[in-house]
Design a protein around this ligand. Structure first.
Ligand SMILES: [Zn+2]
Ligand SMILES: [Zn+2]
Length: 315
């Protein structure tokens, strides 16, 4: 997978109008069609054949001169009905990128096929600005087509009540659809979803694992002050209860020059600045995880923090 990512990232910045890109393995010549350059059959690892069969992937061999990247590579070995098709030498990648090249880096979407006994569906929803990828992979006599049909038709990517559900592993939360996902972070035991909306209002939802070890000598109020941004904004904390657990609420305002500079930059074009800070931290004793929701907003409270906290599932 590392090789896979490397080739995509290496290829895109080097893109020129001529359709020739330089990768660390050599130059590729793409094909122009329908407003996009395509680069096909890019080797991302050595063919897993002979002695390399069932061994960790080895780097792809490099080449001299320009490699023609206009034709598809072979399918991976699979059954077409009862007939075996494809070749083992199939560790190739296909990359599409807009023509002419975008002025600034564009998002990169990966598509990893599900295999032979599988069905997949992918779509981009303009309403919530999210891409959805769904795959069903079966074994033996599993009715993959039937399950896929039922599953795909049951997926709704945005809700009807104006709140979008977001999930990162088993962290499930909801935010108003006016907020867009700005960043996400996943480290061992730590998850973070970061949202913003017009006017520079920001919302973050975080979760730490092993709360009994992570929090150890801190109270939840101290966690809000030290591990979250409570103290930076002079937040006063008060005790509360969330989903039946002890919680700390914090309320403050942007204080430091740096915080104001950031808020002013984020508020560009808007009359108000997101200078009001609110935070909430609670520990779920049922699943031993620690949660924090923080909000930087412009106006008087709309009860937004409470609502996000209420919709953030813990146990
Ligand atoms: Zn949607
Ligand atoms: Zn809980």
């Amino acid at each position: 997978m590392r090789e896979l990512a490397w080739i995509v990232l290496a290829a895109l910045p080097a893109l020129s109008q001529s359709g020739v890109v330089q990768t660390e393995s050599g130059a590729l010549r793409g094909a122009l069609s329908g407003g996009a350059w395509s680069y096909r059959k890019i080797p991302y690892a050595a063919p897993p054949v002979g002695e390399l069969r069932w061994t960790p992937p080895q780097p792809a061999a490099s080449w001299q001169g320009e490699r023609d990247a206009s034709a598809w590579g072979p399918l991976c070995p699979q059954l077409d009905g009862d007939t075996a098709v494809g070749e083992e030498d199939c560790l190739h990648l296909n990359v599409w990128t807009p023509a002419p090249p975008p002025a600034s880096p564009a998002p990169v979407m990966f598509w990893i096929h599900g295999g032979g006994h599988a069905q997949g569906k992918m779509w981009f929803c303009r309403t919530c600005g999210r891409s959805v990828i769904a795959q069903v992979v079966g074994q033996g006599k599993d009715n993959v087509a039937g399950i896929a049909s039922a599953l795909f038709s049951s997926i709704s990517d945005h809700s009807a009540d104006g709140w979008n559900t977001w999930a990162l592993y088993d962290l499930v939360a909801a935010v108003p659809e006016s907020f867009r996902l700005r960043a996400q972070k996943l480290m061992s035991g730590y998850l973070r979803l970061e949202f913003d909306r017009r006017g520079g209002e920001r919302l973050t939802i975080e979760r730490w694992g092993l709360a009994n070890v992570t929090r150890r000598k801190f109270t939840v109020a101290e966690w809000l002050q030290t591990m979250c941004e409570g103290s930076r904004h002079g937040a006063r904390t008060s005790a509360a209860s969330v989903h039946g657990h002890d919680a700390a609420l914090g309320a403050g305002r942007l204080r430091s020059l740096a915080a104001w500079a950031g808020a002013l930059r984020d508020a560009m074009g808007s009359r108000s600045v997101a200078s009001i800070y609110e935070g909430c931290v609670w520990e779920c004793t049922e699943n031993n995880k620690l949660y924090a929701v923080q909000l930087w907003r412009t106006r008087k409270s709309e009860g937004l923090l409470d609502e996000v906290v209420a919709r953030c599932e813990c146990h």
